[in-house]
Design a protein around this ligand. Structure first.
Ligand code: FAD
Ligand code: FES
Length: 257
């Protein structure tokens, strides 16, 4: 884990109230794994850093994060201009694991949950896996721009209002891909995970489904115990033991976000 002053090389609003910030952070970019996150200091007034997933890396020294403006910290970040230095800590947490014998990887992104999955797609494709990314949003303007995806991803979209792709939620079409997938990865709201957990009871019980859990964090370093959740293995700190967990190890009734 490194602390770095990272210079912003671009800040673009790629979807409404959703920004993509590229920074130069060679030490973090060199060791980052998909599913890991960074803690970003958001101005002098906010005591706690904010956790953001590593969205993608670009050799030799850049990484980016994709975030929605949710409150004070992310608003502050959205206003930062090219050339500004950001204070980052990372890479943090445990990333996704890919079984080298798996061929077909299914990635399931609910809304801004696409943030950690694009890096996973980037790395999986470079290792020769076949990647299908299912992405759902409320309406077309909330969909991730396809041209920003690494080439080679099969991209399937849904919108709740039917303004692009199939009408409905991403979990409506997910069971169609269960047989195809050797491994499944998901990031999105808790309601999406609960639906997948219920679908799993009827479907691919033995298939691994790894999810990214985005609970509120204090330190991000394992010191404050503010992110502790009860799992089927016992108590776990999301920032240290996660944020990636096997779906069936989470006790959903215990997760408060
Ligand atoms: C490991 C991890 C990775 C994350 N990666 C991303 C990412 O790549 N892109 C992204 O947009 N967001 C991500 N988040 C969520 C992001 O950290 C929060 O949106 C951010 O901290 C909000 O800070 P704020 O100061 O803008 O809002 P605040 O003023 O702190 O809160 C505003 C609203 O956001 C909600 N909120 C705050 N923290 C979280 C959280 N952790 N999860 C869900 N809702 C929250 C609050 O309940 C409140 O309603 C991640 C969270 C974790 C734990
Ligand atoms: S956020 Fe402090 S222990 Fe996880």
């Amino acid at each position: 884990m490194k602390q770095a002053l990272a210079t912003i090389t671009s800040n673009t609003e790629v979807m409404p109230k959703t920004h993509l910030i590229w920074v130069k952070a060679p030490d973090i970019a060199a060791t980052a794994k998909p599913g890991q996150f960074i803690m970003v200091r958001c101005g002098r007034e906010l005591l706690l850093r904010r956790p953001l997933s590593i969205h993608r890396v670009k050799e030799p020294d850049q990484l980016c994060f994709l975030f929605s403006v949710a409150g004070k910290g992310t608003f502050w970040l959205s206003q930062c201009k090219e050339g500004k230095n950001l204070d980052l800590l990372g890479p943090l947490g445990k990333g996704f694991t890919i079984d080298p014998t798996s061929k077909n990887l299914l990635l399931v992104a609910g809304g801004i949950g696409i943030a950690p999955l694009v890096f996973l797609a980037q790395q999986s494709l470079s290792q020769g896996h076949v990647v299908t990314l299912l992405h759902g949003a409320t309406t077309a303007s909330g969909l991730y721009p396809q041209q920003l995806l690494p080439p080679g991803v099969q991209f399937v979209i849904t919108t709740e209002d039917g303004s692009a792709g199939n009408r409905g939620r991403i979990t409506d079409i997910l069971p169609n891909f269960f047989d195809w997938a050797d491994q499944i990865y998901a990031c999105g709201p808790v309601a999406m995970y609960q639906t997948i957990a219920a679908q799993r009871q009827k479907g691919p019980k033995k298939k691994s489904i790894q999810i990214s859990l985005e609970v509120r964090m204090g330190c991000g370093l394992g010191a404050c115990y503010g992110c502790t959740i009860k799992t089927r293995y016992g108590w776990r700190r999301v920032c240290q033991d996660g944020p990636i967990f096997e779906l069936d190890k989470i006790i959903w009734e215990e997760v408060k976000i």
